[in-house]
Design a protein. Structure first.
Length: 206
């Protein structure tokens, strides 16, 4: 993940905990800086249609991305959008065939929605061979559009509770992500807290 983020040109906040953490560190961010693909996929695709950009979505179970694409093309007439499911071998001939399909379409925007860290690993390995103007890692974006995963109420995202809705909706898939993985961040969080408290103490003694 570190290698992936060293190469990206633009990052955005996809979770309220990062907003709270950034504010603790003194960054001027607020709830409006948190944005997810659920909120901006349709504005993005309208922009693509208006500018004549071709869009390719790679990810999801077989049939799900295609269903989402049909919904979106119905909502946004004139949109050039193609898809391929994300259930393929990332090595060897299977991966070569996927690359050929994408490059033959020549997307201006390539959305890769295969979940973290699989999508990041795939982009990192294949970036140099992809003919796309922009590559965006989009998670389960099209699963929401297709209705394969329930879409969390948008107010829950603004309150920092979207994770709870997703956990209740998909406990078997997401329990580890939300209940176990955050534990590994606690030492870093405590380190940052001590740093902030130390700076405040120094200013108070000055």
């Amino acid at each position: 993940m570190r290698a992936f983020y060293k190469q990206v040109e633009i990052t955005h906040i996809d979770g309220m905990p990062l907003v709270f953490w950034a504010r603790l560190m003194g960054y001027k961010v607020d709830r409006s800086h948190r944005v997810t693909y659920v909120d901006w996929i349709r504005p993005l695709l309208r922009e693509a249609r208006d500018n004549g950009w071709r869009v390719f979505y790679l990810g999801g179970k077989p049939g799900v991305a295609h269903r989402a694409a049909e919904i979106l093309k119905g909502e946004i007439p004139g949109l050039e959008l193609e898809t391929h499911h994300g259930y393929f071998d990332m090595e060897g001939e299977d991966n070569e065939r996927v690359l050929e399909v994408i490059n033959a379409f020549g997307p201006h925007v390539l959305l890769v929605g295969m979940g973290m860290p699989r999508q990041e690993k795939w982009v990192l390995r294949n970036r140099a061979r992809l003919k796309a103007n922009a590559i965006l890692t989009a998670g389960a974006c099209f699963d929401y559009v297709a209705g394969a995963i329930p879409t969390p109420p948008r107010w829950m995202g603004q309150l920092g509770l979207e994770w709870l809705y997703r956990l209740v909706s998909e406990p078997r898939r997401l329990w580890r992500r939300y209940l176990v993985e955050p534990v590994y961040l606690l030492p870093y969080f405590w380190q940052d807290v001590k740093g902030v408290l130390g700076k405040r103490a120094s200013r108070g003694n000055a």
